[in-house]
Design a protein around this ligand. Structure first.
Ligand SMILES: *Cc1c(COP(=O)(O)O)cnc(C)c1O
Length: 402
């Protein structure tokens, strides 16, 4: 058999080498991945919040085949029915305006930056700058990287000259002060993801909406990780009862294929004029067909409702675990199936647990060194939850001995 680890080291630039696990994946089915030796792994990572309906869902595979037999790519010069249908559904389910599709999350952030500057040119020439949150993550291409406020991620690169105003997440006064500086937009993740799973309080999101509305500032929600049912509603902002002006989406929306984009409110939907933005590949008809299938499964088959029950079972069990292991668990935080287990004690604990769970056939993620991040598929079952908790608890308690 090929030595995939050795070939990976030789031929792929080492940008992911500190994260990479030594298993070569052969196939996926439901909530499990299988490696080339046939070992099964319960997938609580879903390729970073992408496979929301699990692996090789029969409806996804059927949609892939059906659209694959029709056409894969046509460009934006002809009408693209799967994408038009998806745009209509995303619009109807959210803030009612038009969609611009991209191939990835970073490109959705890039589109948002351009869109916000069209707002400046056409509607708000006396305003400047985008308010972003400390430790926020919005992508790694140069235009998006300026918005990403994580030390170690952006410092080494030349950033574009547009202005940003950085504030502490959840701090009302800093938000008010920032709005006084007459910015164009406020951009935030409703639950900060790679920063370490920080849910913004609902009253903070409501305050942001109120301040933005009265001051003609665009409220932009980066739902790239939180969207498509991850936090228990189709988009996380819904739970605060607010209406953003712009929504960024990607990750789960294409059912495993690359797809992202932005949705605006109707009164802003014609800020991009012909020629203002574009890309060859997006919206991929194939990704769009899968996107429609994801929405069918979440909304028509009732998976979104069902996932809320399973996620509350997970939260209940994690809360109990924390109560019995207070010396090892600092906090459990997040929303729905976007869950962070903040560890304390030896800073290596998270990595040790990741390795030990891998050996026992469970895949989890670690972010910010000490935080276990769970991003399971929405198809997770109560049995999967029980298995995870039991295995996790066993390895957590064994940390005491080591
Ligand atoms: C993943 C992510 C991005 C970037 O998406 P890519 O597809 O990796 O470019 C942007 N914002 C948030 C909140 C994300 O989680």
């Amino acid at each position: 058999m090929e030595n995939w680890a050795e070939l990976d080291r030789r031929y792929l630039m080492p940008t992911y080498s500190s994260l990479k696990l030594p298993i070569a994946i052969e196939k996926g089915e439901g909530n499990y991945l299988y490696d080339t030796e046939g070992k099964a792994y319960l997938d609580l990572f879903t390729g970073l919040a992408v496979n929301v309906v699990g692996h090789s869902h029969p409806k996804i595979v059927r949609a892939l085949k059906e659209q694959g037999e029709r056409f894969l790519h046509i460009s934006n010069v002809y009408l693209n029915p799967p994408a038009i249908r998806l745009a209509k559904r995303l619009s109807d389910l959210t803030i009612g305006g038009k969609v611009f599709f991209t191939n990835s999350g970073a490109e959705a952030s890039e589109a948002a930056v351009k869109f916000i500057h069209k707002y400046q040119q056409k509607k708000a020439p006396d305003r400047e700058g985008i308010v972003v949150l400390k430790k926020g993550f919005h992508g790694r291409t140069l235009g998006a990287l300026k918005l990403t406020r994580q030390p170690g991620v952006y410092q080494d690169f030349p950033l574009p000259p547009y202005k940003i105003i950085e504030i502490e997440p959840g701090n009302f006064e800093e938000l008010e002060e920032a709005i006084k500086q007459k910015p164009l937009a406020v951009l935030m993740e409703p639950v900060l993801g790679s920063a370490g799973i920080y849910p913004l309080p609902e009253d903070y999101l409501q305050k942001a909406e109120e301040l933005c509305k009265t001051n003609h500032v665009l409220l932009c929600m980066d739902e790239i990780q939180t969207g498509i049912g991850r936090t228990g509603t189709l988009f996380a902002y819904e739970q605060a009862g607010i209406e953003p002006d712009l929504i960024l989406f990607a990750k789960g929306v294409g059912g495993g294929l690359p797809l992202g984009g932005i949705i605006s409110k109707p009164d802003l939907s014609d800020l991009f004029a012909p020629g203002d933005h574009g890309t060859t590949f997006a919206p991929s008809p194939l990704s769009s067909a899968l996107g429609n299938t994801v929405l069918d499964i979440l909304l028509e088959d009732g998976l979104l409702d069902r996932s809320r029950q399973v996620s509350s079972c997970l939260w209940g069990q994690l809360t109990d675990l924390k109560a019995s292991c207070n010396h090892l668990i600092e906090d459990i935080r997040g929303k729905g199936f976007m869950t962070g287990i903040v560890l304390k004690g030896n800073p290596e604990n998270a990595k040790t647990l990741r390795t030990n769970l891998l050996n026992d056939g469970i895949l989890i993620d670690v972010t910010q060194k000490t935080i276990i991040r769970l991003l399971p598929p929405l198809t997770l079952t109560n049995t999967d939850v029980d298995r995870f908790i039991e295995t996790f608890k066993k390895h957590l308690l064994s940390l005491d001995k080591g």
